[in-house]
Structure formats: C-alpha cells, structure tokens
Design a protein around this ligand. Structure first.
Ligand SMILES: Cc1cc2nc3c(=O)[nH]c(=O)nc-3n(C[C@H](O)[C@H](O)[C@H](O)COP(=O)(O)OP(=O)(O)OC[C@H]3O[C@@H](n4cnc5c(N)ncnc54)[C@H](O)[C@@H]3O)c2cc1C
Length: 408
C-alpha cells in the first residue's frame, strides 16, 4: 500500500530538523527522512570547532526555546553567546537534544527517488513508496563535495575530499600528508593532522591565506557598533544585510546574487585557528597543483611554483576544496523535476517562500544560496528558512516575520 502525507521533508541536518520543528508545532501531517546531523556526525573531523559564534549556531523552533544556549544550560556545558568556539561534539549533541526535546520522528532512510505524480510527488524511501502533496528538500552539501579533476583519478587510499575523514589522528600518525586548500576546512584539517602526529604541509593556490579577525566585543561603544554592526555571519553592514535579509537579497540582480552567494564570506581561517597553523606547519603559497599521480603507494604532486615545476611526495593527500552546488546533480530527482526546476548559479531558484519552479517543491539550505544569499550556507539561515516554509506549509498566509531579522 502507498502511504500519503501532506509534506515529506527530505534531510535531517540543521535545516531539515528546523523545518520539521515548525511543521510539527503547527500540526502539519508530515514525515521526515534522512540521517540526523549526518554531515556533522560522520563527515567532519573529531576535535573540530565551529566557525560560527554560539548565538549564530541555533537550530530554529517556533518558540525559540531550544537554543544552543538552552542545551548547554540543561547539560552543564560551557556556553558563550560570543567569543567561545562551539565544539563539534557539543553541536552534534545539541542536534540530538533538539530532536529529542521536540519529539521529532526522523526515519533514517535515504530517499532514492522523487517524481511528480497527480499534482503531488511520489517518493521511494528504502523499500517504501509514498505520496506527498509537498516536498521540502533540505539535503545540505554532501552531494556536492568538489574534488578537482586532477585528484579525482587517484585511489581513495591515497587521496580524498576533506569530508571523508572523521578521524584525522589515528590513521595518519607518523605519515606524511599534504592538504590542498586555504579555507577553514583545509586549515583545520591540517592543524588536526599535525596535532595528531602527521607530518603535514599545506599547498595553497593563491598568494595569501585569509584569517578572520578576533570577534568584536558586543559592548563596544555605540558609534563603533553603528560603523561595523555585528550579525550572525560576522561584522559589517554587507554581512548584516546577508545575515538578516535573505528576502531582500532575492531581489538583487541575478549576476550580483550569483557572485555574492559564492564570494561573500569566502575561504578564511577562524581567528582561533591561526596560532595552530601559522609558524607551526609549512604553508606554501602560490603553489597550484598541476598534476597528481599515484606512485608506489604514495602520491606525487607537481606544482607550478612561479613558473618552475616542483615535485612533492606524500603518503596521502586531502583536498579541502569545498563544495559546488548543482541542483541538477541530485541523483534522486527524476528527469521531469530536473528539467522543470529553474536554477540560478547551479542552485535552485526559489520564491520568497522557498518554493521552486516545480509547484509544491520547496528547497532550503546551501543549494538556494544564489537565490536567498550566503546566509543559506550557514546554520544561522535555518531560522529564516524554517520560519518561512513552516508558515507557508501550515497555511498561515500572513507574511513570515522570521525572528532572525530581530536578531534573536
Ligand atoms: C567542514 C564544515 C564546517 C562547517 N562549519 C560551519 C559552522 O561553523 N557554522 C555554520 O553555520 N555552518 C558551517 N558549515 C556549513 C554547514 O554545511 C551548513 O551550515 C549546514 O550543515 C547546512 O545544513 P543542512 O541541513 O542544509 O544540511 P546538512 O547538515 O548537510 O544535512 C543534510 C541532511 O540531508 C540528508 N540527506 C541527504 N541526501 C538525502 C536523501 N537522498 N534522502 C534523505 N536524506 C538525505 C542527510 O542525511 C542529512 O540529514 C560547515 C560545513 C562544513 C563542510
């Protein structure tokens, strides 16, 4: 028998859980699929810290009660609104607590196909077929890990994307590892490798590594705060705008949106990471890798160092080369949906209520950054997305007033 629901939520990371919290509170008939907080539990290295501040690392529930701060208070963990890095372990535990506190039932099954049927959708989830009037896609970044072509042919034992290494100490102790990239993920991967006893080196394509400055004191003088306001994604007026007004970002010209969604808050190391990298392990700037070959159980990299070819050898190479979203690459969307879904900069083009050009298909999270802005790449954007989608699917027609705009 085929089950029917009003809404199927596909994904159970910060965005999916937040959407579910709003649907559940509104009494919407929904089912949710996915592996709760999988990216954070399985695809990030133990010992990692979040780059986002405590106040910007909340999942969203309609009452605003199940915050990271409330979790830390309830479980006796240290918390600071600002200035104390949030550990991966605490954030992952927070996700589980949020789910448990709100009684969110997640079915730990992958959705393997979504197609259009009778004005709604047909989904396959594990061995089950179901129908849903609406679908919310909250599948995050795992389908979009980007490994540059020169590395893609190397065997997994020798090279992989940074998301493939939940443990950077035991397997690499005493081995020589090269990390490629200069974003926070590459830099933190290198720091953790080094601290775990690996002989580590970082190769950077460009001429600099950017580091975020120290957090600004929340109680600094009024005029300083006016000149450089602090917001969920960092400080400054443009960052304040991206953080608080995805609905206005949507109205910017398409070219600007594509450019800003990719480049705003681009690769940079967290301030607290700097002392663990700079002067501690070799960081080779202007070292673009031009070739990579497997050679007797090792990897040989050729680098174009100011016009001169240089060779590097390592036991393993880890690419901190980020994610490139492309809605049409999602393997479980059928061709009918893929051809009807309009995209912008590879991401899903969505309306102010996060509905795609396929009626009834809503998309939230990083893959709609070119529509709603860079905030969608961060946990902080879950408040706007979940509040808006929750109201829409609960049939509340008042315009959404996400509390993110009020700086909660
Ligand atoms: C190394 C790293 C560090 C980061 N640090 C920060 C940070 O400090 N602060 C911050 O704000 N952001 C950070 N981010 C960004 C982070 O990815 C996003 O903020 C957030 O995870 C997006 O949440 P999401 O719910 O959209 O996706 P995800 O957390 O990626 O969750 C995706 C969900 O979709 C499910 N799923 C996927 N495919 C299917 C399918 N076919 N069927 C069913 N379920 C499916 C998965 O099981 C999972 O539950 C970081 C990202 C990385 C990679």
């Amino acid at each position: 028998m085929t089950d029917s629901v009003d809404v199927a939520v596909v994904g159970a990371g910060p965005y999916g859980l937040s959407v579910a919290a709003h649907l559940s509170a509104a009494g919407v008939n929904y089912r949710q699929f996915g592996s709760p907080m999988k990216l954070w539990r399985e695809m990030m290295p133990k010992g990692m810290y979040l780059k986002s501040q405590g106040f910007a690392s909340n999942l969203s529930d309609p009452r605003g009660e199940k915050t990271l701060e409330a979790f830390c208070a309830a479980t006796g963990r240290e918390y600071k609104y600002y200035g104390l890095p949030v550990s991966l372990a605490n954030f992952t535990a927070y996700g589980a607590w949020f789910q448990e506190q709100l009684g969110l039932a997640v079915e730990e099954t992958l959705v393997t196909s979504i197609s259009r049927e009778d004005g709604g959708f047909a989904l396959s989830a594990g061995t089950e077929q179901l129908r849903a009037r609406k679908v919310v896609l909250a599948v995050g970044v795992e389908h979009f890990a980007y490994l540059p072509g020169i590395f893609a042919a190397l065997p997994k034992e020798l090279c992989g994307h940074a998301s493939a290494y939940p443990d950077l100490s035991t397997p690499f102790k005493g081995r020589r590892v090269i990390v490629v990239g200069a974003g926070n993920s590459a830099l933190e991967t290198a720091a953790l490798l080094h601290e775990g006893g690996a002989d580590t080196e970082i190769l950077v394509r460009g001429g600099t590594v950017k580091w975020n400055g120290l957090p600004l004191a929340p109680d600094r003088p009024f005029f300083q705060r006016l000149r450089e306001p602090e917001a969920g994604l960092g400080s400054g007026w443009s960052t304040w705008f991206y953080s608080n007004h995805p609905e206005l970002f949507r109205r910017l010209p398409e070219k600007t949106r594509i450019y800003r969604s990719r480049t705003a808050l681009g690769p940079a190391g967290a301030s607290w990471l700097r002392e663990r990298v700079e002067g501690v392990l070799p960081v080779r700037l202007n070292h673009p890798v031009t070739a990579a070959v497997a050679d007797g159980g090792q990897v040989k990299l050729t680098v174009d160092a100011a016009g001169a070819a240089k060779e590097f050898t390592a036991d393993h190479v880890i690419c901190g080369t980020g994610y490139r979203w492309d809605l049409k690459k999602l393997p479980f969307l059928d061709s009918n949906i893929k051809s009807a879904a309009r995209t912008v900069g590879g991401g899903g083009l969505v309306s102010a209520s996060y509905e795609s050009s396929v009626p009834g298909l809503y998309i939230v999270g990083p893959v709609v950054a070119p529509s709603m802005g860079p905030v969608m790449r961060f946990v902080f954007g879950a408040e706007h997305a979940a509040t808006t989608v929750g109201r829409q699917l609960a049939g509340v027609n008042r315009p959404a007033v996400p509390t993110v705009a009020a700086g909660r």
